[in-house]
Design a protein around this ligand. Structure first.
Ligand code: NAD
Ligand code: UDX
Length: 466
């Protein structure tokens, strides 16, 4: 009988947890252990209530946990016994010193690398799963090579392309798996052993192998391109609002060009999530580091438009609600950064909530999965805010509803009932364009979509005040 292969993943977050659960469920003969420095997180992974909400995740975890999938806080033991180590720690934007607000904060990653070095007695394949600046593998190798002479480390880059809300499906049916390695015999051997794992459930022609720098860079570029599409659409949504063009009609016409494609063209209150802004900032920082200021400025524009779109949403609310929100009750319908997740990192709802509170509105936040995180995001912010899971209770007595998250259940709400419970005139600002605007108008709402003509019951010009 051959020896069982042992995989370790350091970092039990949104990426480490689901990715390892899918590997374990697809490869019952491999022992997969996920470790974290955060004991509460590990306890939740071992409980009935997982630390993150992802459709289908409970089933996958339940199928493998205790069989060949383990969650533990014993990082050192995990390192010692493993053959292959995925590093999936967080790499947030650095908030201090050189590169503050731009560069990736690599302290978690570096601590992990040193810990791996100190605890290893047998050869290890180290897989960069976190999103890292290009050339990190070189730094990682330097750390491994300094000090530990007992064993050998081979570094691979294997960025993760899953999107939250569809993580399990994305992991089971990825568009592609990307593996970067060097071309030494050890590099190629390590690469092939990782290819063999994915090949259990992914077609080989979807498994791309590249040099390690291309792999690291491709992850930043993929996110930059995706975010750029949204900023392009959102920029045009502002022009639509000035010209009575309809952004949905424009993106449909544009997206039918097979060179462009129709996906990922929804106008919104702005993109959020833990990745887009951080990864573009990281790309911009790299470009500036290499003296490529024009390239940096170009990509920075993607973030500038996203900030503009969020601010535009608030200014639009203020202007249309007679230039004062003071004391008005406003419901934020949804707080997650997208539907089907409880994650609120960089959610546009955070910015909108803070700005509305600055205008002294009274906020009621509702979300089916993200209230715990919403409370965390807004703790300590000065102002009046309360939370409820029931959307009818949340909208009761409100002057306005601002839809932040495209939860499908929100499109199915009884808006007749909501309208009757609201203060008049009642306003609805659809930050995701998922509601039936004509119907809302008929019910009596004043309706403000993104990038489409507003539907109001006021027949004069808006008053100038403020
Ligand atoms: P996360 O914050 O949810 O999880 C990271 C985990 O690492 C945390 O639980 C933290 O406690 C743990 N950790 C930090 N330092 C550690 C250490 N020294 N030892 C052990 N554990 C440690 O982050 P995430 O969303 O899973 O993202 C992880 C990486 O994957 C990031 O680089 C991110 O850019 C990338 N990524 C994220 C997504 C996504 O959708 N969230 C998608 C693709 C790639
Ligand atoms: C993203 C990438 O899609 C994924 O490949 C990468 O691994 C991690 O970053 P994620 O942030 O989880 O995934 O979600 P995504 O679906 O990309 O949405 C990001 C943000 O853009 C959300 O706030 C979403 O609502 C918004 N968005 C998306 C739009 O505003 N319009 C769109 O058409 C699509």
């Amino acid at each position: 009988k051959t020896r069982q292969m042992k995989i370790l993943c350091i970092g039990a977050g949104y990426v480490g947890g689901p990715t390892m659960a899918v590997i374990a469920s697809q490869c019952p003969d491999i022992k997969v252990t996920v470790v974290d420095i955060n004991p509460e997180r590990i306890a939740r992974w071992n409980s009935e209530r997982l630390p993150i909400y992802e459709p289908g995740l409970d089933e996958v975890v339940r199928s493998a946990r205790g069989r060949n999938l383990f969650f533990s806080t014993d990082i050192e033991a995990g390192i010692r016994e493993s053959d292959m180590i995925f590093v999936s720690v967080n790499t947030p934007t650095k908030m201090f010193g050189t590169g503050a607000g731009m560069a990736a904060d690599l302290q978690y990653w570096e601590k992990t690398a040193r810990q791996i070095r100190e605890c290893s007695n047998t050869p290890k394949i180290i897989v960069e799963k976190s999103t890292l600046p290009v050339k990190t593998a070189q730094a990682m190798k330097r750390i491994f090579d300094a000090g530990n002479h007992k064993t050998r480390f081979t570094v691979l880059s294997n960025p993760e392309f899953l999107a939250e809300g569809t993580a399990v499906n994305d992991l089971k049916h990825p568009d592609r798996v990307l593996i970067g390695s060097d071309t030494s015999p050890a590099g190629i051997r390590a690469r092939e052993s990782l290819v063999d794992i994915y090949a259990r459930w992914v077609d080989r022609d979807r498994i791309l192998t590249t040099n390690i720098w291309s792999s690291e860079l491709s992850k930043l570029v993929a996110n930059a391109f995706l975010a750029q599409r949204i900023s392009s659409v959102n920029a045009i949504s502002a022009l639509c609002e000035k010209t009575d063009a309809d952004i949905a009609e424009v993106t449909r016409a544009v997206g039918m060009d097979s060179r462009l494609g129709s996906k990922f063209l929804n106008a919104s209150v702005g993109f959020g999530g833990s990745c887009f802004k951080k990864d573009i900032l990281n790309l911009v920082y790299l470009c500036r580091y290499y003296g490529l200021n024009e390239v940096a400025d170009y990509w920075e524009g993607v973030i500038r438009i996203n900030e503009y779109q969020k601010e535009r949403f608030v200014v639009n609310m203020l202007g249309n609600m007679f230039h004062t929100l003071s004391g008005k009750r406003i419901c934020l319908l949804g707080f997650a950064f997208k539907a089907h997740t409880g994650d609120t990192r960089e959610s546009p709802g955070i910015y909108i909530a803070k700005r509305l509170m600055e205008e002294r509105a009274k906020l009621v936040v509702t979300d089916p999965e993200a209230l715990e995180n919403a409370r965390f995001e807004l703790q300590g912010v000065e102002g009046d805010v309360c939370y409820t899971e029931d959307p009818y209770a949340a909208t009761d007595g409100c002057d306005a509803v601002a839809l932040m998250t495209e939860w499908p259940q929100y499109a199915a709400l009884d808006f007749d009932r909501i309208f009757r419970s609201m203060a008049q005139p009642a306003f609805i600002f659809d930050g995701r364009n998922i509601l039936d605007h004509a119907k809302l108008y008929t019910i009596g709402f004043n309706v403000f979509p993104i990038g489409k003509p507003a539907l109001t019951h006021f027949h004069d010009e808006p008053s100038i005040g403020g």
